[in-house]
Design a protein around this ligand. Structure first.
Ligand code: HEC
Ligand code: HEC
Ligand code: HEC
Ligand code: HEC
Ligand code: HEC
Ligand code: HEC
Ligand code: HEC
Ligand code: HEC
Length: 442
């Protein structure tokens, strides 16, 4: 019995080696064969070592995907790629890679990505009135705004989460994959999540979790207790359920929806939309609405909003009771409304300074204030208004949605209160100065 067992294992082992050689060797060598020209020259010149090393460690190498499969653009690639520069001696090669090349083999993922907001990142950034005022090195050169918004450039940069040339799904499933862009001033999701209870559990137990499992399999057997299944959600659990690349939330970045049933809130919303130059004083859309539509910056229908909310509730309900989850999200909605009250009041104060001629309206402003200009505004009171809108209002509601009371309260809400007090004070001083100057003239 014992010898028979040993004999069979002894036989199985070499058999496995032979089988795996038969299966893998031709493919790996196919990848090398197809890349031979590229590799020979690159290696002889001692260049692009990390590309070659990482590619050799990737699933692509195992599967026989060659350098040329990605670096020689297919004809469907955008003209920016076809016309882009490359320092390679092979003139068919481009440094930039199109998602159309990936689509040859991963059409489903490319289609999902296209439905989501990441695909619009470049368009939305370019549409901002502030963008034309930035040095091109920050936009086209990707050192500032462009460095993050490149995720949507040339129809999409697929290496944003699974970096080249490993293209590892394990890397992409970890929340660190999102942090370079989703941090800081106006969208500190990394900081909010990582210090929330959800994040805390990841940092204490995450090293034992199995990130090689596809997202759709994490809670496939919902009552099976297994310490390698994540007990707390990471960014991807909530925002890429089942691995869906089409990221999109109900409220979005600016937390503005057009179809609003609550009349009190609708009024506040209109004031904010006026501050963005999207509505005029009569409540009609301005030319600006085209920007908003192109980048899907604002949710235009109630259905669009509800579909995303329902999807999120399903995610929370994999772990929490559905009513607990719903209450949490409802309360975060209420935080938006409370924050909008402060925001609308501040916008109205600054608007009134324009109306009364106390501060002069630049000719190219759509109305009185222009929040889509970000920091490209002249007056200190407008600078304050911009910070209140883009930093503090954001943190107030984003903190509520990411279970982070500190960001919600001290970095968000409390700062909005301070901004409002300072804006009020500054407006009073400006009015006084204006009245005094008028008196002198008389
Ligand atoms: C005869 C030599 C040679 C061959 C063949 C060759 N390359 Fe290159 N490649 C170079 C050199 C030289 C560079 C430039 C390095 C630099 O200046 O940064 C380069 C650069 C590149 C770059 C980066 C381009 C840039 O502008 O940064 C890519 C991508 C590339 N090669 C891919 C390929 C692929 C794919 C193949 C095979 C289809 C290939 N190369 C074949 C010599 C070669
Ligand atoms: C699965 C697709 C894929 C394969 C296969 C692939 N690359 Fe790339 N490579 C990319 C992507 C994506 C980028 C980033 C392009 C962009 O910014 O649009 C890139 C960028 C590069 C760059 C420029 C950036 C840098 O870091 O220097 C070089 C050089 C390069 N690849 C070389 C190679 C070589 C050599 C091979 C073969 C050993 C190879 N690549 C195989 C997808 C691929
Ligand atoms: C010529 C076909 C081909 C092209 C082109 C291609 N891939 Fe792949 N890709 C594959 C194959 C085959 C696998 C392995 C599938 C498997 O193991 O299940 C794979 C696997 C992957 C994986 C999963 C790796 C892992 O760790 O599980 C990612 C991510 C990926 N590809 C991204 C890309 C991206 C991004 C591009 C374009 C820049 C691209 N691929 C281009 C064929 C291709
Ligand atoms: C290279 C930078 C970058 C990386 C990495 C990145 N994102 Fe984004 N993300 C953006 C930008 C820029 C936008 C805004 C795009 C737009 O709406 O025009 C965005 C938008 C989003 C949105 C949509 C919000 C809305 O408007 O509804 C979600 C959700 C999101 N990202 C989640 C993630 C997750 C999860 C990860 C990691 C797995 C991630 N992102 C990685 C840059 C990035
Ligand atoms: C650190 C990376 C980063 C930088 C730098 C950056 N952004 Fe963003 N931007 C993002 C992310 C991430 C989002 C999505 C955040 C969210 O939904 O909470 C976003 C969202 C946006 C949106 C909203 C898109 C939408 O449809 O909802 C616009 C517009 C925008 N950014 C423009 C700019 C401009 C203009 C600049 C430079 C002045 C800039 N961004 C700089 C990462 C960045
Ligand atoms: C926002 C981050 C992010 C971006 C950008 C991104 N991916 Fe992914 N990708 C992921 C995550 C997370 C997974 C793991 C999904 C899962 O577990 O089902 C993944 C998995 C994959 C896989 C393996 C799918 C499978 O079922 O094994 C492929 C292929 C892939 N991505 C291709 C792409 C392509 C092509 C693009 C560009 C159009 C892209 N990805 C852009 C995060 C991203
Ligand atoms: C527990 C689930 C959960 C996790 C984990 C999570 N988010 Fe969110 N996220 C939400 C909810 C809920 C919203 C608001 C959705 C809505 O509009 O209804 C949201 C909104 C967003 C938005 C839109 C702007 C905002 O903040 O309201 C972005 C971008 C985003 N999350 C990125 C991330 C990133 C990046 C991570 C990881 C660092 C992350 N999220 C972790 C649940 C989560
Ligand atoms: C993978 C399971 C999982 C998912 C998905 C999940 N949570 Fe949690 N959540 C947890 C665990 C575990 C805790 C820690 C319980 C505790 O505080 O004792 C927690 C804690 C919380 C807390 C309490 C935070 C605190 O500081 O006490 C809130 C609120 C919360 N989750 C809301 C949500 C919402 C809303 C969603 C969906 C957007 C969600 N969760 C998705 C597992 C999950």
């Amino acid at each position: 019995m014992r010898t028979a067992f040993k004999l069979s294992t002894l036989l199985i082992f070499p058999a496995l080696v032979v089988i795996s050689l038969v299966i893998f060797y031709p493919r790996a060598s196919k990848a090398i064969n197809n890349s031979e020209e590229c590799l020979n020259c690159h290696v002889s010149k001692g260049i692009t070592a990390s590309a070659i090393r990482d590619w050799k460690l990737s699933k692509h190498f195992e599967a026989g995907v060659a350098c040329a499969d990605c670096h020689i653009p297919v004809k469907e690639a955008v003209k920016e790629i076809h016309e882009s520069k490359s320092n390679c001696e092979d003139k068919r090669v481009r440094r930039l890679v199109s998602p159309r090349n990936c689509a040859q083999c991963h059409e489903d993922k490319v289609n999902e990505f296209e439905r989501g907001k990441h695909a619009l990142a470049w368009v939305a950034m370019m549409a901002m009135p502030t963008t034309k005022d930035q040095p091109s090195v920050l936009i086209e050169g990707e050192k500032g705004c462009g460095g993050c918004h490149r995720i949507g450039r040339d129809e999409g940069k697929c290496d944003a989460c699974h970096t080249r040339h490993r293209f590892s799904t394990i890397e992409a499933r970890k929340p660190e994959a999102c942090m370079t862009c989703h941090m800081g001033f106006d969208h500190p999701q990394w900081e909010m999540w990582s210090t929330s209870k959800h994040g805390t559990i990841y940092f204490t137990e995450g090293k034992n979790w199995d990130f090689s499992k596809p997202l759709k399999d994490w809670y496939k057997e919902p009552y099976k207790a297994d310490p390698s299944t994540p007990r707390a959600p990471v960014c991807q659990t909530c925002h890429m359920p089942n691995g869906d690349h089409g990221v999109k939330t109900a409220w979005g970045f600016l937390a503005l929806r057009v179809a609003e049933k609550d009349p009190e809130w609708a009024k506040l919303r209109n004031t904010i939309m006026r501050g963005l130059g999207v509505l005029d004083e009569k409540g009609n859309f301005t030319e600006r609405v085209k920007i908003v539509e192109a980048g899907k910056v604002v949710r235009l229908t109630a259905e669009e909003w509800q579909a995303e909310r329902d999807r999120m509730l399903k995610v929370c309900s994999q772990c929490h009771s559905p009513s607990y989850a719903k209450e949490q999200l409802d309360k975060a909605d209420e935080v938006i409304k409370e924050s909008d009250k402060l925001m609308a009041e501040a916008i109205e104060i600054v608007e009134s300074l324009y109306k009364d001629g106390i501060i002069e309206r630049p000719k190219d402003y759509p109305l009185h204030t222009d929040l889509l200009r970000f920091y490209e505004v002249r007056h200190p009171i407008e600078q304050k208004l911009y910070v209140m809108f883009l930093e503090h209002r954001m943190r107030s509601f984003q903190g509520a949605f990411h279970m982070n009371p500190d960001y919600q309260h001290w970095y968000g809400w409390a700062e909005m209160k301070r901004d409002l007090a300072e804006i009020k004070h500054e407006a009073e001083m400006l009015r006084k100065q204006f009245a005094q100057a008028k008196q002198k003239k008389k």
